[in-house]
Design a protein around this ligand. Sequence first.
Ligand code: PGA
Length: 254
Amino acid sequence: MRKQIAAANWKMNLSLQESEALVSDLLKTDYSFTNNQLVLLAVPFPYLLNIQQKISGDNHFSVCSQNCAATENGAYTGEVSTQMLNGMGIGYSIIGHSERRLYYQEDNSTLANKINVSFKYGVQPVFCCGEPLEVREKNAQNDFVQLQLEESLFHLTEVQMTNFIIAYEPIWAIGTGRTATSDQAQHMHAHIRAVIEKKYGNDIATSVSILYGGSVKASNAKELFSLPDVDGGLVGGASLIASEFSEIIKSLKK
Ligand code: PGA
């Protein structure tokens, strides 16, 4: 059974003290987790170890980085490699968030390199895809997202693609309060799964977790996560508020 995942993306927010207080609050709730449920906390690089320590002993929470370098190591001032993440026991990294694509010019081929160094050092990617508003307005979102998958992921082996994690985040819904409708989300998630099925077959496509991201909050999580091809969410703003994110975690499919 594929994983149902609530992933918090804190972005560049919170002090260390605020971060620790937020995690303490999140851990107070009884979620009655099932085996296939997972919570990822994508925290800023400097907090990775502190937050990892805070959640240690909880099987359903894991720490995730928000980014990683596209190269293995060397003279790349300011970068953080997947080898370093692996050495710190960090098992997950977001790759290809639209803010990275937009502000740091990360294109599909750079992201393919990031995916490769992630697998090389045992870090599971949480790969983001999604179209900007002008593409949605032309109704060209299916081809746009398909190309993102093809150019960044479709060189992967069957083993690497099994249980892979994708986050579909329409850019027009990120931080805007404008969520995709259930129909729009389900359509795109089914399309992503169909594209993977065509290349890798049904068993692998069924094993991939496809998260929805873009203005997920406590009030809409249950409806979105109940859709057949939506396997949880990647949550920005609402993940900074313990009461909101706890409700989002509780909205995961059992
Ligand atoms: P949002 O951000 O929930 O604030 O819209 C989602 C994301 O960027 O991952």
